[in-house]
Design a protein around this ligand. Structure first.
Ligand code: ATP
Ligand code: MG
Length: 390
């Protein structure tokens, strides 16, 4: 039996005149997500995107898995294509295609969508007839229109008749790329990959910036970040990762700044460097994984000092979440296991024993200026490394 995927647009339905642009980006993202699984035709009609395999060897199981990670879709269904667009073909296909789910169910109902108004039967007739055919094949079932175990959908569209059961919930959000570009500051921790995922979900295309301090941080730590980004990229699409050599800057911090301000000045330097790298890469916002009160550098006072370092808007999607809520998302996107691998991050190099939780911006800036990071930040910017993540 021939099958297709029917994907339902989400929030793009609300975008009015921009809808075409949104839909084009969404289709492009679906195409990228299906790469390597065979040839598919992807076309849209009536807030549905139809994905049709063009050959026998297309991997539809994996295709379902992948479209489930594309932002911009509220739901998706794997559906049977009826041989002909006739009521007879519908009545024959429905019980056969849904045999497995219907056998397990006790109750069901049928819903018909008839967007092809030329079809000679109206929706209530299609429902009644299909329900009858299903009851004929599965006499153990009863109809329950309010709370059925299974809803059978019959869709009569311009280009064919389709049968499917309850749709699967999609990834939601807005298609990646329709909201502009942002640079996420990515560590190997639990939080920043989750932050990256959350902002990609709001339509942002991601560039990733990672600060590495070899030999204090190991190549394994950076390789861990690559693996984390590969997981995020399943949702966000390809990511350009930029590694910033941070060793000499951190050594200078240790040598020339007051110990209790190490972390806060380091955070400011990260923001300043990231802002420049972001701008050079066409990004107009920064993303971090900060969560209010989680550590000394994430108090209101510390965040005021960090925020002042960059003019670009900074998205902190985790700011109001507690650790367990963040961990729940990291499980969902499959980054948790990698995040908890024990490699040093540059943030844990030279950490002060008693970091200031209420730093005063004036003194922080004075200490930073007195140390004079300029030549070293320029040197770091001249030695960036790029890795493409897909
Ligand atoms: P995470 O779990 O993301 O590491 P965290 O709770 O450990 O976050 P910090 O280490 O204080 O918090 O870092 C706060 C944020 O700063 C991170 O979420 C991330 O956005 C950024 N950050 C930290 N370390 C790095 C790094 N080595 N490279 C790039 N960004 C970093
Ligand atoms: Mg960290």
């Amino acid at each position: 039996m021939k099958e297709i995927l029917l994907l339902k647009d989400g929030e793009i339905v609300l975008k009015g005149l921009n809808r075409r642009t949104f839909e084009d980006v969404l289709k492009k993202n679906i195409k990228i997500a299906l790469r390597g699984l065979g040839a598919f035709e992807i076309k849209s009609a009536q807030s549905t995107i139809v994905v049709r395999p063009l050959s026998e060897d297309c991997d539809l199981d994996e295709a379902c898995e992948r479209v489930g990670m594309v932002f911009g879709l509220v739901s998706y269904s794997r559906a049977a294509v009826c041989d002909e667009k006739t009521l007879e073909s519908v009545l024959e296909t429905a019980p056969k295609y849904l045999e497995r789910v219907l056998k397990k169910a006790k109750t069901f109902k049928v819903e018909a969508k008839r967007s092809d108004k030329q079809f000679p039967y109206k929706s209530p007739e299609i429902c009644r007839e299909t329900g009858g055919a299903i009851l004929g094949s599965f006499p153990h079932l009863t109809v329950d229109v309010h709370n059925p175990d299974v809803t059978v959908y019959v869709e009569i569209r311009d280009f064919g008749a389709y049968i499917h059961a309850d749709p699967i919930r999609g990834a939601g959000g807005i298609p990646v790329g329709t909201g502009g570009k942002a640079a996420v500051l990515i560590s190997g921790g639990i939080d920043s990959p989750v932050a990256a995922y959350m902002m990609a979900k709001r339509g942002l295309q991601l560039t990733a910036i990672h600060f590495a301090s070899p030999p204090y941080t190991s190549p394994r730590a950076e390789e861990k970040v690559v693996r984390l980004l590969e997981r995020v990229a399943r949702y966000s699409g390809p990511i350009k990762m930029i590694t910033v050599p941070f060793t000499r800057i951190q050594e200078k911090l240790r040598d020339d700044c007051p110990e209790e301000l190490f972390t806060i000045i380091m955070r400011r330097l990260m923001m300043q460097l990231s802002e420049r790298i972001a701008a050079d890469n066409g990004c107009t916002a920064l993303i971090t994984g900060e969560s209010l009160g989680q550590v000394a550098s994430q108090t209101i006072g510390a965040l005021n000092c960090t925020d002042e370092a960059a003019d670009m808007v900074v998205f902190r999607p985790l700011i109001g979440m507690d650790k367990q809520e963040i961990i729940d998302i990291s499980y969902k996107i499959d980054t948790y296991d990698i995040s908890i691998e024990p490699y040093e991050d540059c943030c844990t190099v030279f950490t002060p024993k008693h970091p200031k939780t209420k730093p005063v911006l004036k003194y922080v800036k004075e200490a930073q200026e007195k140390a004079g990071f300029e030549p070293l930040t320029e040197e770091a910017l001249a030695n960036l490394r790029v890795t493409w993540i897909s």
